[in-house]
Design a protein around this ligand. Structure first.
Ligand code: SAM
Length: 208
């Protein structure tokens, strides 16, 4: 995926500037915790699983996953923003089942890691080439592994926010349902669940 780094560099600068903002750093509200619990339940997160979490940000979800997965499990968390990675490192506070890296998902080592699950929470719109990244995520999953794309708000709300927030994320949109179906199908996924309503956005897909 040549050429993505220039795009990701400007996004990384933007996300560096956001690291202390409440949307990125504040502890989850009760409502957000409820939505995270719903997503985790739908994804079937269990102790011992190997989970890839691209775009970990300051690590609020990363610590929840690490504690659920336990010592036999693993969270691999690449993020393009060095400031986000540093904040995540502080938040995970020595947990040994988290592998953090300042890397774009596009540049993650291609070695098969046989992940059970990929969780793209608040990050999928930021993938510049969604077709290629989704194929890459499929290649990193074990057979019948699952992909989650989730947001606390629905796609209309998220897309409107990104259009208004900053030039570097202006075009970072959640694809419409038909485009999402095409992207996932081309990567070998079957969509199990899509909810895009007042509860937020939650897509669950299984690698065929
Ligand atoms: C909107 S923030 C969400 C952070 C975190 N998931 C959360 O919910 O608080 C998106 C994060 O994804 C990272 N990111 C964006 N594009 C990425 C890419 N291609 N590969 C890895 N990380 C990426 C950004 O640096 C940022 O930390």
């Amino acid at each position: 995926m040549r050429g993505v780094w220039a795009v990701n560099r400007s996004k990384a600068q933007f996300f560096n500037s956001q690291v202390g903002e409440p949307w990125a750093a504040a502890e989850y509200t009760a409502e957000e915790r409820r939505k995270i619990a719903r997503m985790i339940d739908a994804a079937g997160v269990r102790p011992g699983m190997r989970v890839l979490q691209p775009g970990c940000g300051t690590g609020r979800l990363t610590v929840i996953l690490a504690d659920l997965l336990g010592p036999a499990g693993l969270v691999v968390a690449p993020d393009i923003s060095p400031e986000m990675v540093a904040a995540c490192l502080r938040r995970i506070a020595g947990r040994s089942n988290v592998r953090l890296m300042n890397t774009a998902i596009e540049d993650l080592d291609d070695d098969r890691d046989d992940f059970d699950l990929v969780i793209c929470h608040n990050v999928y719109p930021h993938f510049d080439n969604k077709r290629e990244v989704t194929k890459k995520l499929a290649s990193l999953l074990r057979s019948s592994g699952k992909l989650v794309v989730s947001h606390f708000m629905n796609s209309a709300w998220i897309n409107d926010l990104h259009r208004k927030t900053h030039p570097s994320v202006l075009n970072d949109l959640i694809p419409g349902s038909e485009e999402m179906e095409r992207i996932l199908s081309a990567a070998g996924f079957r969509i199990d669940v899509v909810q895009d309503d007042e509860q937020g956005y939650l897509l669950l897909a299984t690698l065929r």
